[in-house]
Ligand binder design. Structure first.
Ligand SMILES: [Mn+2]
Length: 341
């Protein structure tokens, strides 16, 4: 957790600017973080960070495009010093990965105080703005975190969570869970389509506007979600066929499909909580992967398996992302299998 003082500092930064530029991670936690700050401030612009796994000098031209007077970086694991050095404005970096050592940035990361603190960026942003409870809850559950405002949420939106208790049950068996997938899928596809979705989401008044398709905007978001969900369900149908005897479940698919690896990995883990899940998507010469587990801590195993191979990866204790050259994939999987069994 950040301190009340830190939340107050972030709020003051937000209150004292006119044209903020927000860079946010392309998952529901990143999107929810952006929406919370933007919908409070109602000024500025948002940019989804797709240059995984980092924000670096390649994004500096965007500063010229938007001429912000302050920059917020949300839920992005790795903000490179070369970006910071080339950004004339104050940067506020709110995140829960790492932490890393950087200079000339206002870094808000609970892990600086407590190495295993995993509070989602959404949760921190909610503590700053204290509004849009449904977006706050959505982003937290998407990152497998039960926030302390859960009772308040249940009172206000009893039908979105039923009486589900565990995070996984909420994620996969409630309307809130469906909204997580709506947010996640709205970030997939071409950049201009994604930006259109994000813009609509800044104006949506309530979760029911989407779920019940109460307005043209809500309907637009929901219809697109349904279209994407068809593609997702086809992949899921394939993925559940592979049910190995050992602890590592591997599923890969081709690059002409959308990037659903993290969504697929999450759901496969729900179906097989005793396994380590590895979902990969072929993209150019690489396999882009999402890894998940309920107990086995992944980053160290991942680092060991990548040693000497052409690839990189990292993330949280139980959820990581990685990328490796296709020619090294087989060796990588063998090493992973050896480590986890
Ligand atoms: Mn996050």
């Amino acid at each position: 957790m950040l301190t009340q003082e830190q939340y107050q500092q972030i709020k003051e930064e937000l209150d004292n600017c006119k044209n903020p530029l927000y860079f946010f991670d392309d998952d529901p936690d990143g999107l929810s973080s952006f929406l919370l700050l933007y919908r409070y401030k109602r000024e500025g612009h948002g940019i989804v960070v797709k240059t995984h796994p980092k924000l670096d000098i390649r994004s500096v031209p965007r500063l010229e495009d938007y001429k912000p007077d302050k920059v917020f970086v949300l839920d992005v694991a790795n903000l490179e010093q070369d970006f910071i050095d080339n950004c004339p404005e104050t940067i506020i970096w709110i995140d829960h990965h790492g932490p890393y050592e950087r200079e000339d940035v206002k870094y808000f990361n609970p892990r600086l105080q407590k190495k295993d603190d995993n509070i989602p960026t959404t949760c921190m942003c909610y503590n700053v703005v204290k509004q849009d409870l449904w977006i706050a809850m959505l982003g937290c559950i998407a990152d497998y975190h039960l926030p302390d405002f859960i009772d308040k949420f249940k009172k206000e939106y009893p039908d979105l969570m039923n009486n589900k208790k565990s995070v996984a049950d909420i994620y996969f068996n409630t309307k809130l869970g469906e909204l997580i997938r709506v947010f996640s899928f709205s970030l997939k596809g071409k950049t201009n389509e994604v930006m259109k979705n994000v813009k609509i989401l800044t104006r949506i008044k309530s979760p029911y506007e989407i779920l019940n398709q109460e307005t043209p905007q809500g309907k637009f978001i929901f219809k697109r979600y349904q279209k994407m969900k068809k593609l997702y369900d086809e992949l899921m149908e394939e993925a559940v066929k592979s049910n190995p005897k050992d602890k590592l479940l591997v599923f890969t698919y081709d690059d002409n499909k959308m990037s659903f690896t993290s969504d697929l990995a999450n759901e496969l883990l729900y179906k097989h909580p005793d396994k380590i899940i590895l979902v990969g998507r072929k993209k150019d010469d690489d396999i882009r992967m999402s890894l998940r587990s309920t107990k086995t801590v992944i980053p160290q195993i991942l680092e060991k398996a990548l040693m000497g191979l052409e690839g990189y990866g990292g993330g949280h204790e139980l959820a990581c992302g990685a990328s490796i050259k296709q020619r090294d994939f087989k060796e990588f999987v063998e090493r992973m299998r050896e480590s986890v069994n």
